[in-house]
Design a protein around this ligand. Structure first.
Ligand SMILES: NC(=O)c1ccc[n+]([C@@H]2O[C@H](COP(=O)([O-])OP(=O)(O)OC[C@H]3O[C@@H](n4cnc5c(N)ncnc54)[C@H](O)[C@@H]3O)[C@@H](O)[C@H]2O)c1
Length: 265
């Protein structure tokens, strides 16, 4: 043994200040729960009251968490979010840039410029803003971890639904991960991405989408998944704690695909 840190200690987030955007539901909720259970102090960020509920639930189960209502497309709100973590927990150690929403499921030639802009703002510009304002707090301490949520649809074309803006945004998140990783490698930061496959969450529920499109999407997902099932949000927990913790210190610019083997098939 070269040092006294046990392998399990490498995964501990004890006392780390962790921001999770989109913490009110789905993958963000699971990430907030997991990082709290690993010992982190969590700022649950999101647009809705659900964020307050998650923070309360974490507190009730003995963890430390606060809620901050944040629209991640609003730069001032994002700046205030990162400051809140520092004010509340004296540091900013880990930021999950996770909030996002679905596309409008229209074929590319039917997408309006407003719809395109909305999807890019929510899924790509928001991630840039979170990274920008997180890094400003991390540079002086020469430490910090960013974890960006991408998607397998940023890695391959989607065959069961038309998602041009979402695919472009998530592809952007993937290469933004690499660009940030290289840029800040000598500043003591790491930047990695989670790239989820198909998980059962609230995604898409904020859009009015024809049920036939949803049925095709679900059928396509089930057909492509080697396991034949859509995953539960809890199944992102292990990968999220790994990327937030010292266990992943040697990874930088890595895209960790969590897809039950879909891209391998
Ligand atoms: N569910 C999947 O199968 C899947 C697959 C690949 C990637 N993803 C990505 O995972 C992330 C989480 O999505 P999810 O599946 O958990 O869906 P979800 O809808 O359950 O959660 C997304 C959360 O982000 C919040 N949000 C949306 N826009 C926001 C904004 N402007 N400001 C603040 N919060 C905002 C929503 O309120 C919601 O709480 C997203 O980036 C999504 O693109 C999901």
């Amino acid at each position: 043994m070269h040092n006294a840190v046990s392998v399990l200690d490498l995964f501990s987030l004890e006392g780390r200040s962790v921001v999770v955007t989109g913490a009110g539901s789905g993958l963000g909720k699971a990430i907030a729960e997991a990082t709290a259970e690993a010992g982190g102090n969590i700022v649950c960020a999101g647009r809705s009251a659900a964020t307050d509920v998650i923070a309360s639930e974490i507190q009730s189960s003995g963890g430390r968490a606060v809620a901050q209502r944040t629209d991640v497309t609003d730069e001032q709100a994002v700046e205030a979010l990162m400051q809140r973590a520092v004010d509340e927990f004296d540091a900013l150690d880990v930021v999950f840039c996770n909030a996002g929403s679905s596309d409008y499921f229209k074929r590319p030639h039917e997408v309006s410029l407003d719809e395109w802009g909305d999807v890019i703002a929510t899924n790509l510009t928001s991630v840039f803003l979170c990274a920008k304002h997180a890094v400003r707090h991390m540079l002086p301490t020469r430490s910090g971890k960013l974890v960006l949520t991408a998607s397998i649809w940023g890695e391959i074309g989607a065959d069961s639904a038309s998602v041009p803006g979402y695919a472009a945004a998530k592809g952007g998140v993937i290469n933004l991960t690499r660009e940030l990783a290289v840029e800040y490698a000598n500043d003591g930061l790491t930047v990695n991405a989670l790239s989820p496959g198909f998980f059962s969450t609230n995604i898409g529920q904020d859009k009015e989408v024809d049920s036939a499109i949803i049925d095709r999407l679900v059928d396509g997902a089930l057909r492509r998944m080697p396991t034949g099932r859509i995953m539960d949000p809890d199944e992102i927990k292990g990968a999220s704690v790994f990327l937030a913790s010292r266990a992943s210190d040697a990874l930088n610019g890595h895209i960790l695909t969590v897809d039950g083997g879909l891209l391998a098939a």
